[in-house]
Ligand binder design. Structure first.
Ligand code: SF4
Length: 271
């Protein structure tokens, strides 16, 4: 299928709701295309619909969805201001992992959603959606670090459902979400070519204005897109140190099965 034939998100949603391209169409109650703002800066990607999502045809409407809404509220957002989608649009029976064939059949929809939304930041929720961008990587190692893949900026976070099963995961997820506004700000600054504020200098100078003895620099000239992108990537690489001690590997199975990491006692400092 030529996915560029989908001109907008509504066309994708209509196609998904009537899709029979894989065996999952036989058991679903409703397909779940995803929902949110067409102008969203943030795209959240989960694994696939669960029982509640299948019933309602909407993503993240069960207990994990309620926690996701709390997480969004903690950074001043509502679900209507972001876009929430899943890797696979129909619920696999008994919430089993989708098969490779099912994933291959469905990926065209998410691919086109990403193209049309062109989000500033993609937040992957859990191991499964992390694997779309970084196959085989551990969510406990990858979480909380911004990375670039194919010209997109990816910020992996544990799946909200992981906090429902194991309370100790909650603070880790909350902490990673709390960094999202700073990540967006950093991306915005680096894209615009503005100087990057030094957090240490800002702290030490308190409310005093910063005066420079140096001549004022000339206004920055527009950079070639490739150069800006390279600069952004370089900046992100500089601050992608792992936040948790990597003493033990824990790689959960499906997102709905608990993921556990020790809450970080380190100060989160992406930038
Ligand atoms: S899972 Fe995707 S490919 Fe399969 S029927 Fe649903 S929408 Fe179509």
């Amino acid at each position: 299928m030529n996915t560029s034939a989908f001109n907008n998100l509504q066309e994708i949603a209509l196609r998904v709701k009537n899709c029979t391209d894989c065996a999952l169409s036989a058991d679903r109650t409703n397909a779940v295309p995803g929902e949110g703002s067409e102008d969203a800066k943030l795209l959240f990607i989960g694994e696939g619909p669960g029982q509640q999502e299948d019933r309602q045809g909407r993503p993240f409407v069960g207990a994990a969805g309620k926690f996701l809404e709390e997480l969004l509220a903690s950074i001043g957002l509502t679900r209507e201001q972001v876009f929430i989608a899943n890797m696979i649009k129909c619920r696999p029976p008994q919430n089993r992992d989708p098969s490779p064939d099912e994933m291959a059949a469905c990926s065209k929809y998410l691919d086109r959603q990403i193209e049309l939304l062109n989000p500033e930041l993609i937040v992957t929720l859990g191991r499964f959606s992390l694997g779309r961008f970084f196959p085989g990587e551990s969510i406990t190692r990858a979480r909380g670090k911004v990375r670039e893949k194919d010209g997109r900026f990816i910020y992996p976070v544990m799946h909200p459902a992981a906090a429902l099963h194991r309370q100790e995961n909650r603070s880790v997820i909350v902490q990673d979400f709390s960094e999202i506004p700073a990540v967006l700000e950093k991306l915005s600054q680096t894209r615009s070519g503005a100087p990057i504020p030094d957090p240490v200098s800002q702290e030490s100078t308190s409310a005093e204005p910063v005066h420079s003895e140096s001549p004022q620099p000339e206004a920055p000239q527009p950079e070639a897109p490739q150069k800006v992108e390279a600069a952004v990537t370089e900046q992100l690489d500089m601050f992608s140190a792992p936040l948790l001690p990597q003493t033990a590997e824990f790689e959960p199975e499906p997102d709905t099965i608990p993921e556990t990491v020790a809450p970080s006692t380190q100060q989160l400092s992406l930038f």
